[in-house]
Each structure stands twice: as C-alpha cells, then as structure tokens.
Design a protein around this ligand. Sequence first.
Ligand code: NAD
Length: 290
Amino acid sequence: MKLAFIGLGNMGFPMSCNLVKAGYTVYGVNRSEPKELQFQKQGGHIGKSLKELAQEADVIMTCLPLPADVEKVLLGEEGIIPNGKENLIIIDFSTVSPNLNKKIYAAAKEKNMAFLDAPISGGTTGAEAGTLSIMVGGDKEIYDKVLPIFEILGKNVYHIGESGSGSSIKLLNQYMVSAHTQAVSEAFVLAEKAGIDLSLLYEILNVSYAQSKIMERHYINNISKDDFTPGFELGLLHKDISLVNEMASSFDVTLPLGQKVTELISEALEAGLSKDDMSAMIKLMREKAK
Ligand code: NAD
C-alpha cells in the first residue's frame, strides 16, 4: 500500500514518520522544502507533485493549518480530487468545519473516491508517541479499511458516524481546550500576583478538581520553563474557536464563555502572539494584570 502525507508540520511530521517506522512506503509533501528533506532523512520519499500522488497513492492524508489550505490541496485545480484516480482514499486530520468535510466528501464520492474527516487530539507528544485520539466521520467500510493506519497513529480511535461528525466532536474538544487555556492563564497570573509558588500550586491543583490535561501541558511544557515555542500555535486556536462559534450559530446556540474567550484570543493575536504556543495566553493576562 502506497501512502502520501501532505503537511509535514508539528503534527504531520511525527505522524508520517511513525507510518514510515511501521514499514509503509510514504511520500511526503510540504509547502517548505526543509521539512521534506528532514522527512527524507527519516526514510520518507519526496519529490512527487500532488497530481502524481493523486494517481499513484492508495491513501492520501492531509494535516494542514487552515480550512483554506485543505480546500486548495484537496479541491483546487492542481489538487488531489480533480486529479485523483478511482478508489483513492483521502483522510484529513486537520481541524476544519463539518460543512467543509461534507463538501469534500461529496466531491470525492462524485469521482468514486472516498473521504474521511479524522481530526486528532493529543498534541505533538501524542503524535510522536502514536497515542493520539482520532475521531472519524465518513463511511464505516472505508474506516475499517484504513483502521491499521489509524492504529499506528493513535491509541483512542473512534468511528463517529457520517461525514463531518469527527469534526463536530473535535470542535467541542477545542471549545474546552480554549476555555481551559484561559482559566489556567488567569489562575496562574493571579497566583503570581498573590505571591504563590507556581510549582506548589501546580502540584496541588494537579491532584484536585482543577486538574486538566491543558493545565498539565501548559505548566510543564511552557509556563514553568518560560518557553512558548509552539507545539500548537495560538493562531490555530483562534481558527478553532472561530469554527466553534460558526458551529454554535448554525444550531442557534449562544456560547457566552466562548464569546469572551474568542475576544481575548483575538486580542492576543493583535498583541503579536499568533505564532507562540497557545499557552502564551498567560502573557496577555500578565499584561492585563500590570
Ligand atoms: P503546522 O503549521 O505546524 O503544520 C502544517 C504544515 O502544513 C506546515 O509545515 C506547512 O508548511 C504545511 N502546508 C501548509 N500549506 C500547505 C500546502 N498547500 N501544501 C503542502 N504543505 C502545506 O500545523 P500543525 O500544528 O501541525 O496543525 C495541523 C492541523 O492539525 C491544524 O488544522 C491544527 O488545528 C490541527 N491540530 C494541531 C495540533 C497541535 O497540537 N499542533 C493538535 C491537534 C490538531
């Protein structure tokens, strides 16, 4: 089985490397060349265009930053679906809207190809360790066919239902990720102001009801080291909370907390934090507390 992986970024790079390690032939494509050369060093294959891969690969995976990137790579004139062969299976791991998933699913079906939305959670550490949560929407028989691939990349793999249903779950996850990020940022800034030792605070909260994976991630990887190198860029969290708001308005649901968090993340982007890790929301809260 010949695989292709488009988007060798923070998530796509370790994921595609795990497929190589598992013995698959994997072709990698990235917008910038250094990532492709790095992938080649790990045993991946490079040098094919999207058009060529659309004809030659059995399964093509994408893990791209924005909905517009996914649309361009899969539906664009030079992209996968307009140039693909029958029976090609396409899996998108990016976080996008359920409506975009459905549009791609229909375009693929029309050309006798298959499409699964398969958004992921677990961060770069989960991608490296092959322990991601993967929530999949689309046809069950296609899911069953590619389950061995999902099982290399993830530990908790779920088929949810029709196309777009994986993304609906993922957006709810991202809603809570945004809220927890904001809560951690505010609580830790208040603790700093109150002269509380942050490592002691973390130790106690981590065994109390305030415990969350987000607090653990942000404190251990970033706040305690004062290092905000992105595993997940704040700009991407802004994209995700915007998709959550879009989902909520499509069901006439208001998210009062979501609106406030969106406002604050937008403010952080305006303050130049979009390329920092999402845990850098604490920097905005520190500024506000001055
Ligand atoms: P990233 O920006 O680190 O990686 C994306 C990669 O895609 C980059 O290397 C970029 O050069 C490449 N790219 C962009 N457009 C391209 C194109 N047209 N052709 C080929 N390559 C292209 O982003 P990431 O953090 O890996 O996230 C990717 C997706 O996964 C996003 O939708 C994100 O929301 C989601 N996600 C990220 C995380 C995380 O912790 N980073 C976790 C879960 C989900």
